[in-house]
Ligand binder design. Structure first.
Ligand code: ZN
Length: 211
């Protein structure tokens, strides 16, 4: 998977896009003008965020709404699995049993009953709460969600979240429906972005608890 990074060349001052592999943290830019520079991608730019860069590029530059929808949903799932794997591994190390952590994570998710189940499994792993319990606790978040999404009634945020992100994705993958508009793609992108932000705050809360 390649990720587009925007940068402005220090020599010719022109905005360029540099494509790099998702796992690359050190990027060697060579501008068409010949100027070379090295850029280190910060560690807090996770794979989920990198995938959102790619989804944004698909919307804004390629006007490929279907690809943007698939990659936005993938960004949320990737971030979610990353955090599950991270906390599962930390628990295993704590119990001196890290050997099978990765294999176990794959097995746990293979047995999950759909996306909503995997989301709840991840949130419970980090917080001991379900997704809905976590969201309901944060009244400011519920309030801002209602402002952004007027049709959201505050009940069952997980189903709403699933409907906005994964229904359009499933329409493409399972239904061969390739006619989503740019507005549809932006809606999925925004919700996936909000989801990644929520995951990061859940992760941060757990990290602070450990201290
Ligand atoms: Zn240049």
């Amino acid at each position: 998977m390649k990720i587009p990074y925007n940068y402005k060349c220090a020599e010719c001052d022109i905005e360029r896009v540099h494509w790099a592999h998702i796992n690359d943290q050190l990027i060697n830019h060579q501008c068409p003008c010949g100027y070379k520079t090295e850029v280190m991608i910060k560690v807090d730019i996770t794979r989920g965020l990198k995938l959102l860069y790619r989804a944004g590029y698909e919307i804004n530059r390629r006007k490929d709404n279907q690809t943007a929808i698939i990659i936005s949903a993938m960004a949320f799932e990737t971030e979610q699995l990353r955090l599950y794997r991270k906390w599962h591994s930390i628990e295993k190390i704590t119990y001196n049993d890290s050997k099978y952590a990765d294999k176990e994570v794959r097995e746990i998710f293979r047995q999950a009953k759909g996306v909503k189940d995997t989301i709840n499994k991840t949130i419970r792993k980090i917080t001991d709460m379900s997704f809905n319990e976590y969201i309901a606790r944060d009244t400011d978040l519920v309030k801002s969600m209602k402002e952004i999404y007027p049709e959201f009634n505050g009940k069952d945020p997980l189903s709403y979240f699933h409907k906005i992100i994964f229904k359009p994705r499933n329409d493409i993958i399972h239904g061969c429906y390739y006619s989503h508009s740019e507005k549809d793609a932006v809606a999925v992108y925004n919700m996936a972005y909000n989801g990644v932000v929520i995951l990061h705050s859940i992760d941060k809360e757990r990290r602070n608890k450990k201290k």
